[in-house]
Write a protein that binds this ligand. Structure first.
Ligand SMILES: NC(=O)c1ccc[n+]([C@@H]2O[C@H](COP(=O)([O-])OP(=O)(O)OC[C@H]3O[C@@H](n4cnc5c(N)ncnc54)[C@H](O)[C@@H]3O)[C@@H](O)[C@H]2O)c1
Length: 423
């Protein structure tokens, strides 16, 4: 098929060469005449291992060319891939001017006819914030082509995950392929474009596909910043960072794994907050200035406040709330730094009628720090606890299912908010 690539930068030109090498006819478009001249003359527009050879082979095979004419590029094309830049604006948001320009150009060329089939698949690979396709780009196509524009253009978001210096390898062996479509249903043209590439494929709505890239990049940044903070702490304490790293990555059960990555409840319990606090102290004391580690407890508090706001939204003053599960983990009576204790305390302070169902908990049996924590934060804990029969039958306006204890109750027909699991 014929593929038009808009933007012959790192992403676009790598894609152009790789797609041509798969036997497709590729026409690249750029606003830079110099880049177009370079490509047509066989000079790669930038350095990337293996790309010059690939480019030469595809030019020789007659499958690769560049033009400044949008109409020529999309004439007879099945797919247009948009890879123009989205640099940072002064406020940190992406500067979308190139996206707007290129979208207007493609839509207006389409309005004049051109693509191979009844409609052109326009796949955006530039990184852009959630809502860009639906709220910015689709209206441009509607304005240029008119009502019924969807019969002429199919908009797709297909984030790019390649790393410079390994761009060709990443094109053919990506960590994943994500395709965002208007209805979350597969897109035939994108399936054809990715044919022969082995990778997990996720077909989703626009916004999920758009956000994915930010989540990935921010996570990578978190990993690098965290690694360097630990490295600084090690250096200051004269501990081997190499050995710490080796031990850390060897744990593929809890450390390098999906564990602890699912959005849900705040962290708490007797170990995590205590040890994060201690590492914060160790790092500060050693002069390692670990700002990411410093931010963890504040982030966790912000999450507890967020969940509290979700719980009270729509609740009448004085409403009756059952908290199902007070301990940090169901089946234990460890209340130390349980986020559920915080939620209970905040609800009581806000004037709601709180009851607690937690069969693992007998206040008379609490000891030591656990006892101190429970009575400091919930002085009235003895009077708040209800048994299973009351929990099941009570006149609750809301049940907060804060750990697996809630599974002991039949909550059919109840208004329930789960704080420990993904929404
Ligand atoms: N570079 C990377 O490693 C990488 C990886 C993943 C995603 N991305 C994202 O991909 C996008 C492109 O990145 P890049 O590094 O290739 O950018 P780049 O700046 O190297 O290239 C962008 C190209 O688009 C061209 N362009 C601008 N307006 C145009 C128009 N109207 N029509 C045709 N061409 C036009 C520019 O002249 C330039 O050649 C960005 O959104 C970036 O965030 C980049």
């Amino acid at each position: 098929m014929k593929v038009a690539i808009f933007g012959l930068g790192y992403v676009g030109f790598t894609a152009a060469c790789c797609i041509a090498s798969q036997g497709h006819e590729v026409v690249g478009v750029d606003v830079s005449d110099a880049k177009i001249a370079d490509v047509n003359a066989g000079r790669p527009p930038f350095e990337e291992p293996g790309l010059a050879e690939m480019m030469a082979a595809q030019l020789a095979a007659g499958r690769l060319s560049a033009t400044s004419s949008v109409a020529d590029a999309i004439a007879g094309a099945t797919v247009a891939v948009v890879c123009v830049g989205t640099p940072s604006g002064i406020d940190g948001a992406h500067d979308m001017r190139y996206i707007v320009d290129v979208s207007r150009q493609i839509a207006s060329a389409l309005a004049g006819g051109g693509a191979a089939g009844p409609r052109l698949t326009v796949a955006y690979r530039s990184t852009m914030r959630p809502g860009s396709i639906r709220k910015l780009i689709a209206p441009i196509f509607r304005a240029q082509i008119g009502e019924g524009w969807q019969a002429r253009a199919e908009l797709v978001y297909n984030p790019e995950f390649l790393r410079e210096a390994q761009a060709i390898q990443d094109y053919f062996q990506p960590s994943k392929i994500v395709v965002g479509t208007v209805d979350g249903q597969p897109c035939a043209a994108m399936e054809a474009l990715h044919e022969g590439i082995e990778a997990p494929v996720f077909v989703t709505g626009y916004e999920e596909a758009e956000l994915t890239k930010f989540v990935d990049n921010s996570w990578h940044a978190v990993k690098v910043a965290f690694a360097n903070e630990i490295g600084r702490v090690c250096e200051r304490l004269d501990v081997s960072a190499r050995m710490i790293h080796q031990i850390f990555v060897a744990d593929t059960k809890l450390n390098i794994s999906p564990y602890y990555t699912r959005p849900g409840g705040a962290f708490g319990g007797s170990c995590l907050p205590k040890d994060v606090r201690a590492l914060q102290h160790i790092a500060t004391d050693a002069g390692a200035n670990a700002h990411l580690i410093d931010s963890l407890l504040r982030s966790n508090e912000a999450h507890k406040n967020h969940q509290f706001q979700q719980i009270v939204a729509g609740l009448a003053p004085g409403a009756r709330v059952l908290i199902a599960g007070l301990a940090f983990k169901a089946g234990t009576d460890d209340l130390r730094e349980s986020p559920n204790v915080d939620i209970a305390r905040k609800l009581i302070e806000a004037g709601f009628a709180v009851s607690i169902f937690d069969p693992g908990l007998q206040p008379a049996k609490l000891r030591g720090q656990n006892l101190g924590y429970a009575y400091t934060h919930l002085p009235s804990i003895d009077t708040l606890l209800v048994d299973q029969a009351v929990a099941q039958a009570g006149p609750w306006d809301l049940v907060v299912a804060s750990n697996a204890t809630a599974r002991l109750l039949d909550l059919t027909g109840r208004r329930v908010i789960e704080t420990h699991t993904i929404r």
